[in-house]
Design a protein around this ligand. Sequence first.
Ligand code: HEC
Length: 203
Amino acid sequence: MKQKGTGIFLTVVGIVAVLIALAASLAQAEVTDREKAASEVAASFLNELGAAMKREMTKGGPTEAIKVCADLAPEIAGRLSREHGWRVTRVGTRVRSPLLGMPDAWEQTALAEFAERAAKGETFTGMVHSEVVTEPGGRYYRFMKPIVVQPHCLLCHGPVAQIPPMVQEVLRQRYPFDAAVGYAAGDLRGAVSIKQPMGNASE
Ligand code: HEC
C-alpha cells in the first residue's frame, strides 16, 4: 500500500515536471520569436539610418547630415514604435543632450555588458542582449543591439579637433552639454533599444 502511494506520488511529480518543462519551453519559444522580430526591426532601423546618412553626407555635406541623426533617427524610431506597438529608441554610451538618448538603468547595464563582451574578444556584429523584465506597470520583453562607430560617424562624434569648425558651431549651439564626442571607429556608440509589452504583471 505504502509502495503504491509512493508510485502515485512519483507519477504526479513526473507529470508536474513535464508540465513545467513544457511551459518553460513555450515561454522560451515566445522569447525566441520576440528576439527574431526585434532583431529584424533593429537591423532595418540601422540600415535605413545608415543609407540616409551616406546619402545626405554626399548630397548636402555634414551640416545637412546632422538632420539625419537629429531628426530622421527619432522620426524612424517613432514610426517603428507605432507600427509594432513597441517602444523603439536609440540610446548612447555618451549623449549629445542629457534629455535625449539617455539610457535607463537596464539599458546602462546592457551597454556595460556589451563593452565587457567586446573586451573579451566577441565582435559587436550579431551581439544582442534580451530579457523579460517585470516592472510595477507590467511585464516587458527588452532587447538591445549595439550601434558601432563607423569612420564616417567621426565627423560629428570623433575627437573635437577633427570635427569641421562648421559642424562644431552647430553642435555648440544645439547641444551645450554635448558628451557624444571623442569616439574612435569600432567603439561602442550606443544601442537600438526595444521594449515590448507582454501583458499585466498579474496575468
Ligand atoms: C553630421 C553629423 C553626424 C554624423 C555624421 C553622425 N551623427 Fe550621430 N548624432 C548627431 C547629432 C546632432 C546627434 C544628436 C541628436 C539629438 O538631437 O538627439 C546625434 C546622436 C546620435 C546618437 C544618439 C545618442 C546621442 O549621442 O545623443 C547615436 C546613437 C548616434 N548619433 C550614432 C551615430 C552613428 C553610429 C553615426 C555614424 C553611422 C553617426 N551618429 C553619425 C550628429 C551626427
